[in-house]
Design a protein. Structure first.
Length: 226
């Protein structure tokens, strides 16, 4: 094991894990609407022993933290403050036999809390996605979904779109995001996928989603084939 470099170790970990099914349901309104999600605790529980067995130490470091306060009224009409946190997190996956041998992932996380837990939530979210991306893990709803998924591809395994669909994807990629401190004014296609969907998950948890946010979600899902 000591002779293996960090990429060989990560590859071994990826092979040992394969996939992590989503383990919880996040309800977004009183009607019961929502979506399945994968929690930070689940990812940690599945990967911790595998990292140890393969001599990998994941070292997180916050590179940037943006905190915003927003006022709102609770169900009783009382004024309250909600804290929104955005965290840029670097996770360095270190070969414990040679600490100078490592691989890095940069990830963004978003957290919302009425006290001081927003940054912790944001860090956990960013760490979860960094691990998933480093190991290229599948996160379908279950194993059956994994085997039944058949993307539309040609004989060479490439995605196939009609000219109209292709043009729509170009338009989506060129769409300029009209809101948000971090992403306002950027092309949708320039936002890394894991960072973009972290932002979307945060948006979907908000009490009210404005038309711009809905459009961002629709364009993102179409652009990335979700």
């Amino acid at each position: 094991m000591s002779a293996l470099n960090i990429y060989e170790r990560l590859s071994a970990a990826q092979k040992a894990i394969g996939s992590i099914p989503k383990d919880t349901f996040v309800q977004t309104n009183k009607k019961g609407d929502g979506y399945k999600a994968l929690t930070h605790d689940k990812v940690t529980a599945v990967t911790r022993d595998i990292f140890i067995e393969n001599g990998i130490y994941p070292e997180p470091k916050v590179l940037q933290h943006v905190k915003e306060e927003r006022e709102y009224k609770d169900n009783y009409g009382n004024d309250k403050i909600m804290y929104f946190s955005e965290v840029e997190l670097r996770v360095r996956f270190i070969n414990i036999s040679n600490p100078e041998d490592f691989s890095e992932q940069i990830s963004w996380g978003y957290g919302v809390d009425s006290q001081d837990k927003g940054i912790g939530k944001a860090k956990s979210y960013a760490f979860k996605y960094a691990v998933l991306k480093a190991l290229n893990l599948y996160t379908g709803d279950n194993e059956e979904e994994r085997h039944n998924y058949e993307p539309k591809t040609n004989n060479e395994g490439r995605r196939v779109d009609t000219p109209a669909q292709a043009q729509k994807l170009v338009n989506d990629a060129d769409w300029i995001i009209p809101f948000g401190k971090k992403h306002k004014g950027k092309r949708l296609g320039d936002i890394p996928k894991n960072e973009l969907f972290g932002f979307i998950d945060w948006l979907e948890k908000q009490p009210n989603i404005n038309p711009d946010a809905k459009e961002l979600i629709e364009r993102s899902e179409r652009l990335h084939g979700v």
